[in-house]
Design a protein. Sequence first.
Length: 468
Amino acid sequence: MADIMLSWRFDVDSTIRWLVEQASLWRSDQAGNAIFADLRHRGALLPEVKDSLAAFAAWRRQDAADNEPDHNPKAPIGAEMLSEAATHQRRTLAALIEGTCDAPACFQTGQDRLRTALDKDIRSASLADVAAELAALAEEAGVRDWLQRVSRLIWADKLGIDNVTLEIRLIWSPVPASATIFGSFILLPVSSQEMERTTWKQAILGVVVHEFGHWCVSRLPRRDRVCLTNTILAAGLPNRYHFNLVEEAIHTAIGNILFVRDKFGESALRPVVYGYESQSDYPYAIDSLSREVAPEIDRLLDPESGSTFGDAVATVLRHQRDVLPPKPIHFTRIGLLVTNNASAQRLFKGLFPAMRRWEIGEGDLNLLMSFPDAPHLPRWFLWVGALTDLPANIPQDMAAAAQSACHAGFNAWCATRMAKTQAHAFDAVVWAASVPDMREVLIKLHQATGLPTVSNPLTLHYQLAAKA
């Protein structure tokens, strides 16, 4: 079994280099880049910074075109359905972060300008202290023991890797961003929004376990990877643009669910353990699959089970059809969303991409009710919590149906209507007793096939029974 050592540190240089790469918008799928938007809002994107970013983006695109002729960010990456260790894109980004890449002068210019503009924000985050706190928490929580269990499951102790030194490199980010593993270091963006969460440090340790799983898979022999890829392709890919969905579900189950729950309790789990991917056919695929397979993956992690990574892949594929049924997907143009719960808002936005959206809080209900009837402006109402607190101007038939569902022992209820009037301003009303219940009922609504009709104006989509 591999002996795994961890080191934690905060690195300003890596932060600045990563920000330049991310904010350059060099990939066609970065049009809505939140980092670029936030830096612009902070006033950090001065004209000379924008010029440097544009020049660097042109260099990045040309580099990809020269070295990856079939480069297409919207197509599955490579022929394998697992994490790859040595794509040109990954090597280039790692070299840029490390400062060993032969990048053009504009890359350095962009770094210098951003470093000056963001110096105060970065220093105020005190991430060097955070790195020390995370290192202590990781030791206390036994992260290394969990990493050994992950390596045993994936490698089955057959690769002859005895010693692994893994560096967790914290970087400052203006917005929440995903962790990535390059070579032997994990790049871990930390934002102020992230640090406002009460269990964010526990969640970060789960991310480390998750990313280490990717690193282990990327080092499997090619014959094993090809065999697993063929197994995955035979079962079918539910999300066209996320090529390693099965692998993500496994690592999410291990790191973001099983490790966090085992070390910090159920309350440390986040409402969404893997962010919804609104561009995909099943935005909730990885989040839901990981929850479903977690109990079985837990058994596979037992060293006495003799299980392999192939067993974990087979487990996900066995549950895939049940968790992601082949039903028509219901997308909708969301005009107005009213909710009393920020988590419900995030869940909804991840599941229902919109051509237009205006979200207002429950305190603005009177404003909503004063709007003229507009068929092109769908209106949704999400409520989490006690039904006794429902606003008085919710349509009476919907409110009454929700109350009946509650009295019947259900934890959630959803209905939609064909046409709205001034008295019935909402197209859909969704009630749930808790955020996890709201997550489940919104996923069911996403799969709904019985949309409202003229003859059946109020359609009950789903009732979530209370768990025993």
